[in-house]
Design a protein around this ligand. Structure first.
Ligand SMILES: [Zn+2]
Length: 267
């Protein structure tokens, strides 16, 4: 899956590894789709999403780091002011479906309509057309990436096929897409929702990952959620990891679109 040409530089000069922070702004639609709309205990937790987004935007501003926000279209439409704040702070806005339905259960044409509607809405609110896509809950199928390619996107973030970006070309005559590998191990939901770990324990897991990947010259691609990592204590796990990466001095902390562009230019 992952191939590396040893003659090419993996990262821009001065950097030996890379870190990508992505924030999935699901609103209530993630929990409503995965657990059911009547699961009010879980769905109600997501009412914190806007507060968490504001805290995380402040945290990123404090550290001067730029990140990627994968925004559910319907949530962006409900709170365009938050999208505007993220754009004003230099963050990337990417597609995360219209209302967090799993694409692996949608017919191809419904996926296409869903992705296009999200693209149009985010383009209008953000003022720039998105170039990346992350499927809701990493529930995708072959059509998902064909449609992303057809729409002219440059990156997707669905398949953990290694520790480096890699090219995919779903339609062989079309342009390449960069797959930026996510991981359940790099997902705040795993640590704070599936389990209930402390911010320190979560930070330690991620620090170990980042240290190994830094030594190997690779990429860590985090998936974070404002209603999870935007909570007071858990936000410290993110802050500690950013501080750790900055202190290392040679980790490229980059938006997904910048990583994808770099990867495409080096091919
Ligand atoms: Zn999501």
């Amino acid at each position: 899956m992952e191939t590396t040409d040893n003659s090419r530089p993996l990262w821009p000069a001065g950097h030996r590894a890379a870190l990508c922070l992505t924030f999935d702004v699901d609103g209530l639609y993630g929990e409503a789709n995965s657990r059911g709309q009547d699961e009010t205990y879980w769905v109600s937790q997501t009412a914190y999403d806007a507060t968490g987004t504001e805290r995380l935007l402040d945290l990123l501003a404090d550290t001067g780091v730029q990140a990627t926000f994968c925004w559910v279209g319907r949530v962006a439409e409900e709170r365009p002011d938050l999208v505007g704040r993220a754009v004003a702070k230099g963050h990337e806005i990417a597609l995360h479906t219209w209302d967090h339905r799993p694409y692996n259960r949608l017919p191809d044409d419904e996926q296409r309509v869903d992705m296009r509607r999200t693209f149009d809405t985010l383009s209008a609110i953000a003022g720039t057309p998105p170039v990346g896509h992350k499927t809701a809950g990493w529930r995708y199928n072959a059509a998902t990436h064909e449609i992303a390619q057809e729409m002219g996107l440059s990156w997707v973030m669905d398949e953990p096929g290694g520790d480096l970006p890699y090219m995919i070309r779903p339609e062989t005559t079309g342009p390449p897409l960069v797959q930026l590998p996510p991981s359940r191990f790099f997902d705040d939901y795993t640590y704070f929702m599936d389990q209930m770990l402390t911010p320190q324990q979560t930070f330690e897991c991620w620090r170990e990952d980042l240290d190994v990947l830094r030594a190997e010259g690779k990429l860590m691609c985090l998936t974070l959620h404002p209603f999870v990592s935007g909570r007071p204590g858990p936000s410290r796990a993110v802050a500690h990891l950013i501080d750790h990466a900055i202190d290392a001095g040679d980790i490229w902390i980059a938006r997904a679109d910048h990583l994808a562009r770099w990867w495409l230019e080096q091919k």
